[in-house]
Design a protein around this ligand. Structure first.
Ligand code: FAD
Length: 476
C-alpha cells in the first residue's frame, strides 16, 4: 500500500461519511476506514431536530442553528426524511410554559422564511405558515368527534388521530403540532454507502479497525500520518478523527490536550396493536434526568414504535455520562462497556422496554398493550467540552493536519464537514478546492429502490425488524 491519500478519515458514522462524500464531490482523494460491516452503524437517530423543539432549555440561537443544519442535511439525504409532524406538549406537572414555546416557534417561522428567501430549495419543511399549529382544549374536544383519518395529510387530520389516543386532561393547554420530521438512520446509511461505492475519489474500507495512528509529520516521508489497521498501513496527509465516542483514544495516543464528555443512551423498540390511522411523533416534555423526564413516542411502519424516556430507568443510565479525567478519553463502567461491545441481557431488554411502554401509557393509555418489538437502539455519543445542554456540533483542530469531529446531533455533519474542508485548504494539503457546495452528485445518483433494499438489509444485519428501515410517509 504505497499510495498516499490526501485525507484519511477514521470512522464511517454520519460525520465521517459526509466528510468523505463532500471531499469526493470536490475531487479530493480520501480513504474512509470503518471497523464495522457497514457505515452508520453507531448510535441511532430518529428525529431531524429542525428547530430544536425537543429541547425547551436551549437558546434561540441553538434552535435556529439546528433548523438550518437540519434543512441542509434533509436536502442531502431526502430519502431518509420521514415527513410526519411532531406533537409538542407539556404535562400539567411540568414547569415549562407553553407561551415560551409558542414565542420560540414564531421566531423559528420568521427564520425559516429567511432561509427560503435565501434559497427556495430550503423549503423542505413545507410552507412557513404551516410550520406549526396551536390546539386549545376546545379544538381537541371538537377534533375527537371527527372520524379517524387513515393517512392524514393536514395538521388537523394528524391531530384528530392523536387527540383520540392521548389523555389530554393531563396536559397544559394549548398543545402544538410542529413540522419536525423523523430521520431514518438505516436509509441514510444505505444512501451514503451506495454513494461512496459510486465514487473512485473515496476508498471505502469496511471491517477495518485503525489500531493506532503514527505521527510522521517531521520525518520527511512525503506524508504526515500512518494509520495502522488490522490489515495494513495507510498513509495520509491530513487526518480526520471521526471515531465517535472513541475520538479521545487517538487524541490521547497523540498526547493532545482535549477534554470531552461521552454519554450512553438507549431508545426502545415496541410493537403495538394496529391502530386505524397514522399518528405524529409525540413529545411530552419533562426535565431531563428526573423521574419525569421527557417521553417521546416515534412511529415507524407496520405498528412499530420507538420510545425514549429521559429518566435513568429508560433512556439514561446511572454512570451513563462520563467526562475525561486524566487523559482525553472518558471511560464507561464495565456494565456499559459490555452493552456496547457484546449487546444486552435479554432480561434487561424486556425490563427497560416494558418500563418505556408504561411511561408512554401515562399519556397514551391504550399504548399499555404494546410489547417488546426488537432490541434497543443504543449507543454512545460524544459531547465537546463539559456542557451537557449543548445541542450543536463541533469540530476542533488541536494540531496541524488533524481534525477531530465531535458532532452531538447527526444534523451537524455537513456544517462540520465544511469546516474541515476549510481547514484542509488553509493547511494547503491540496492546491485548490473550488467553492464549497452543499449538494452531492454521488448521493443524488442513488435511487430510492436501491436505498429501500440496502436499508432493509442494514436493519436486519443489526437484528432489527426490517420495517424500521421504511418511512411512515413514503416518498414519491
Ligand atoms: C439513543 C440515542 C438517540 C439519538 N437520537 C438522535 C436523534 O434523534 N437525532 C440526532 O440528530 N442525533 C441523535 N443522536 C446522536 C447521534 O446518534 C450522533 O450525533 C451521531 O450518530 C454521531 O455520529 P458520528 O459520526 O460523530 O459518530 P458515530 O456514529 O459513533 O461514528 C463513529 C464511527 O467510528 C467507528 N470507529 C470507532 N473507532 C474506530 C476505529 N478504531 N477504527 C475504525 N472505525 C472506528 C465506529 O464503528 C463508528 O461507526 C442520538 C444518540 C443516541 C445514543
Amino acid at each position: 500500500m504505497n499510495k498516499v491519500h490526501n485525507v484519511g478519515i477514521i470512522g464511517g458514522g454520519v460525520s465521517g461519511v459526509v466528510v468523505a462524500l463532500q471531499l469526493a464531490e470536490l475531487g479530493v482523494d480520501n480513504i474512509l476506514i470503518e471497523q464495522k460491516k457497514n457505515v452508520v452503524s453507531g448510535p441511532p437517530f430518529c428525529h431531524l431536530h429542525a428547530g430544536g423543539n425537543l429541547y425547551p432549555d436551549i437558546s434561540d440561537e441553538q434552535c435556529r442553528f439546528l433548523m438550518k443544519q437540519s434543512i441542509e442535511m434533509a436536502r442531502l439525504f431526502p430519502h431518509s426524511i420521514d415527513e410526519r409532524p411532531t406533537l409538542i406538549s407539556v404535562p400539567k406537572t411540568e414547569k415549562y410554559q407553553v407561551e415560551n414555546i409558542e414565542d420560540r416557534l414564531d421566531m423559528l417561522v420568521d427564520y425559516y422564511k429567511e432561509l427560503i428567501e435565501e434559497d427556495a430549495s430550503n423549503a423542505v419543511l413545507g410552507a412557513p405558515e404551516d410550520y406549526y399549529k396551536i390546539y386549545s382544549k376546545k379544538d381537541l374536544d371538537a377534533l375527537v368527534t371527527q372520524p379517524t383519518v387513515e393517512r392524514p395529510t393536514t395538521a388537523d387530520e394528524w391531530m384528530t388521530n392523536a387527540a383520540k389516543l392521548i389523555d389530554y386532561s393531563q396536559l397544559k393547554m394549548p398543545v402544538l403540532l410542529v413540522q419536525e420530521y423523523g430521520w431514518n438512520l438505516f436509509r441514510l446509511g444505505a444512501q451514503a454507502q451506495l454513494a461512496l461505492e459510486n465514487t473512485d475519489k473515496c476508498t471505502l474500507k469496511l471491517n477495518t479497525k485503525v489500531e493506532h495512528v503514527k505521527d510522521v509529520r517531521n520525518k520527511g516521508l512525503g506524508y504526515n500520518w500512518e494509520l495502522h489497521t488490522n490489515h495494513t498501513i495507510y498513509k495520509v496527509n491530513y487526518l480526520v478523527n471521526a471515531s465517535g465516542y472513541n475520538t479521545g483514544k487517538f487524541d490521547e495516543a497523540l498526547e493532545l490536550d482535549v477534554k470531552c464528555l461521552i454519554e450512553f443512551k438507549a431508545a426502545y423498540v415496541s410493537k403495538w396493536q394496529p391502530i386505524p390511522g397514522l399518528i405524529p411523533e409525540m413529545i411530552f416534555h419533562g426535565k431531563r434526568g428526573t423521574s419525569h423526564g421527557m417521553a417521546q413516542l416515534t412511529p415507524y411502519c407496520d405498528d412499530y414504535y420507538q420510545i425514549h424516556g429521559m429518566t435513568e430507568d429508560i433512556t439514561l443510565f446511572k454512570n451513563g455520562l462520563v467526562e475525561s479525567i486524566d487523559g482525553a478519553q472518558p471511560e464507561f463502567d464495565e456494565d456499559i462497556n459490555r452493552k456496547l461491545n457484546y449487546g444486552w441481557d435479554k432480561d434487561e431488554v424486556e425490563t427497560r422496554t416494558e418500563k418505556s411502554i408504561d411511561y408512554i401509557a401515562q399519556f397514551v393509555p391504550s399504548f399499555k398493550s404494546a410489547t417488546v418489538g426488537g432490541p434497543p437502539m443504543f449507543g454512545a455519543q460524544q459531547i465537546p467540552g463539559s456542557d451537557i445542554s449543548l445541542r450543536v456540533g463541533e469540530v476542533c483542530f488541536p494540531t496541524q493536519y488533524y481534525a477531530r469531529s465531535e458532532i452531538i446531533k447527526a444534523s451537524s455533519a455537513l456544517t462540520v464537514a465544511n469546516q474541515i474542508i476549510d481547514n484542509i485548504q488553509e493547511e494547503k494539503v491540496i492546491s485548490s478546492i473550488p467553492k464549497k457546495i452543499n449538494s452531492n452528485s454521488f448521493l443524488d445518483s442513488v435511487s430510492k429502490e436501491e436505498i429501500d433494499t440496502l436499508a432493509a438489509e442494514f436493519a436486519e444485519v443489526r437484528g432489527y425488524p426490517k420495517q424500521l428501515s421504511r418511512l411512515v410517509i413514503e416518498r414519491k
